[in-house]
Design a protein around this ligand. Structure first.
Ligand SMILES: Nc1ncnc2c1ncn2[C@@H]1O[C@H](COP(=O)(O)OP(=O)(O)OP(=O)(O)O)[C@@H](O)[C@H]1O
Ligand SMILES: [Mg+2]
Length: 165
């Protein structure tokens, strides 16, 4: 019996290679030794942002090696990520974690996740009032991405090197 259905062509049949099962499914931040760490929880409401930001900045300023410029970049990134979690993610408690190692910072914001994912639009129309935040984060940091966490939650991370990129 013949059929018109085409059988799928698998990569190994077409001469390609199998996917690497050890490759991370989501981009990971550059690895750093954990010299210092700070974590705080933030309620999913805009009024909670200034307090969390000030706590984070005061901690970063105390950490040895916290260059003024790096602290300033981190402050902008933290404000943007928290605003995004409050505006775009499901309204659950947010967890902000800062990790310092060899002068580099990793900023992680875990939120309630939801139907949209952090992404930068290819092009934002000039008259559009939103859609620029993560573009600014990209300009301030070396790299950023996100990965899923337990219970449908999500972690957005940003890697901020000691000196501007
Ligand atoms: N934490 C998040 N959870 C779910 N979706 C997100 C999250 N952060 C960003 N997004 C998605 O990525 C898009 C781009 O985010 P971005 O911060 O660049 O722009 P915006 O928040 O829409 O506007 P702006 O930051 O300029 O006020 C958002 O519109 C949203 O769809
Ligand atoms: Mg935003």
């Amino acid at each position: 019996m013949s059929t018109n259905q085409e059988s799928p062509v698998h990569p190994w049949q077409s001469g390609g290679s199998l996917p690497d099962p050890t490759a991370p499914a989501y981009p990971v931040h550059p690895s750093i030794p954990v010299h210092q760490q700070f974590t705080t929880t933030v309620l999913p409401h805009p009024y909670a942002i200034p307090r969390a930001r000030h706590a984070a900045i005061s901690t970063l300023s105390q950490w040895a090696g916290g260059h003024v410029d790096q602290v300033f970049r981190a402050e902008l990134v933290i404000g943007e990520l928290l605003a995004n979690s409050i505006r775009h993610a499901l309204p659950q408690e947010i967890r902000l974690t800062l990790t310092e190692g060899d002068g580099a910072l990793v900023i992680e914001v875990e939120d309630g996740g939801g139907p949209t994912c952090p992404s930068t639009p290819v092009r934002v129309p000039e008259d559009c009032e939103s859609g620029r935040g993560l573009g600014i984060v990209s300009a301030l940091a070396h790299s950023w991405s996100w990965h899923p966490a337990a219970n449908g939650r999500r972690v957005t991370w940003v890697y901020v090197p000691p000196t501007p990129c």
